[in-house]
Write a protein that binds this ligand. Sequence first.
Ligand code: ZN
Length: 181
Amino acid sequence: MTVQPIRLFGDPVLRTPAAPVETFDKELRKLVADLTETMKDAPGSGLAAPQIGVSLRVFTWWVDDELGHLCNPTLDLSEDIQDGDEGCLSIPDLAFDTKRARRVVAKGMDMHGEPVVVEGSDLLARALQHETDHLDGILFIDRLDPELRKEAMKAIRDAEWFGEQPPEVRVSPHTISAKWL
Ligand code: ZN
């Protein structure tokens, strides 16, 4: 298990819809272990694979001392809405009031390919929605009211970390050189 660097707002991988998990192998189990370790180290209540640069539909959560993970999730949302502060490890130090469904039923698979159903309310429901959004290239600031979103974008542009890391998505294990067209 390895703590991985967390990709920050501005990195294209965070805006790329992730691919479904098709192979439930050792690599996937290592990815879940890395996500779990990185999330606990941060610490955070949830982490999605694109946040560590892997464009696959997998995320982990750590809510009320309970660890979990889910692959290829689909969500059923309650009509009942919750309101409250939400933040993102890819947008450090900033939290904004974000409306979410209060209860969620999430269906998907575990890392062994077995079907699982996860029911959550409040923070777990919020985490399940936030992480599933990550898999679609959606960030929580996209869910804010227009006025608040403007405020959030300004806060991001003013943040010390913003623009520090050059956005990069690796698509090839080869070193980039003129030879590889
Ligand atoms: Zn996030």
